[in-house]
Design a protein around this ligand. Sequence first.
Ligand code: ATR
Length: 498
Amino acid sequence: MAIEADIGLIGLGVMGANLALNIAENGYPIAVFNRTAEKLRVFADSAGPLGERIIRAGTLAELVAAIRPPRAIILMVQAGEAVDQQLEQLQPLLAPGDLIIDAGNANFRDTIRRARALDEAGLSFLGLGVSGGEEGARYGPSLMAGGTEASYARVEGILDAIAAKYNGEACCARLGPDGAGHFVKTIHNGIEYADMQMIAEIYGLMRDGAGMSAGEIATQFRRWNDGPLRSYLIEITAKVLETRDPGSETPVTDLILDRAGQKGTGRWSVIEAQVMGVPATAIEAAVAARSLSALKTEREFAAAAYGSLGSSSALERASFVATAEMALLAGKVTAYAQGFAVIAAASAQFGWNLPLPAIARIWRAGCIIRSDLLDTIASAFEAEKEAPNLLVVPAFVRIMQKAVPQLRAVVSDAVGSGLPVPSLAAALSHFEAYRQSRGTANLIQAQRDFFGAHGFDRTDTAGVHHGPWGLAVSSVSPAAMLDGPTRSSPANSGPVEE
Ligand code: ATR
């Protein structure tokens, strides 16, 4: 086989096949391989005129032989073990300097491990987050790369060409070394979970609280897509809600079982947030809501056990609809602020120096959370480089000042009607706590000191202090009544707790 491909691709699932067509369409000859030969045949047959730039490889050796060295090969196989298996088979066939690009939804910790192992073998590795689903892969995804500058430079031309464009700018960037791209993709997905969940919560209030039909709700979402919520997710929500089942003419959404799937990236994003101690409660609530949705049988039992419990007092439709748009915006901004805070923390922890404005910029088109709001976020981070959080950037302070009262109204309406809004309520509580200069952790510190002698800071004196708890509790020994920065024994008996 002649050496004629600029790049190779392994894994012709939905994403891989569309990415390969996108690359070919942009003028780059590409060699493709798939473990199951039948899929390769079907793909090649469906490629049409683009087939001229697509080289079918029946084996990995043929694939490697078809690519111009130093080679670049995209892996688009199922995330997890399949990637390691594929790397193991591929490695002996490659030459030093060859580059492997994992474009699957890898866990960034795996990407760091793989980058190190391949580096030791003289090979280069890029972890590439790809967002945009099937359509994005085919016509322009958002691409988040992690790896060395030299590795990225080798494929930058191809990646820029195939990426989505926002005002002519490619939604593609090298964000940092090794796992940086896959980490950012993970948080992108976490934000996506929150975005989708909040939309679903507003839909639930309209359906179950205001008694609106799928078509009526679709009309609202279509209107909102001309305002500050304008985004891909709002647009497709209107579209799916107005779609009818061809047989019964029933709205398709009314026929879909209320049990959501998840592949793990949302969960990873909240695990990483928790590991770093970053509050990402709106995202956590969204992930938990999917898990709760899966408990369909249990929910049916619980529904029978509790009946209506005096809930679902009807929402006043006009006033609800009037407040819901800005409420959703306030929830969404909070979820984005949390997601970017997780990214900023990881950047510091892993020394990645992640560019927050660039991340917002490459999310403006191509990916599932694409929206005009991301353009505002990019400008905000650009203007306020030292801002610790999106919620204190002036442009967003102004948005939240307008929108939060409506989020309060919507959450309060939902609570009054006995309807769940876990992500919106988590966002609201986060916001309220975040803007409190004096919170309630003084009491937590007192409790911790009482049972575990953990000590606390005082508002009026420096140093670590302990409370005179024995004065209030008769069972505490006299020794424990002493206050002062030096005492180290627990104020109360029992194991040291958190
Ligand atoms: P998508 O969602 O894009 O369709 P996916 O399920 O993430 O894709 O991955 C599917 C791809 O991974 C397929 O190309 C699959 O190969 P087969 O067609 O042979 O099933 C590939 N894949 C999965 N496990 C693999 C493994 N262990 N080795 C090689 N390829 C594997």
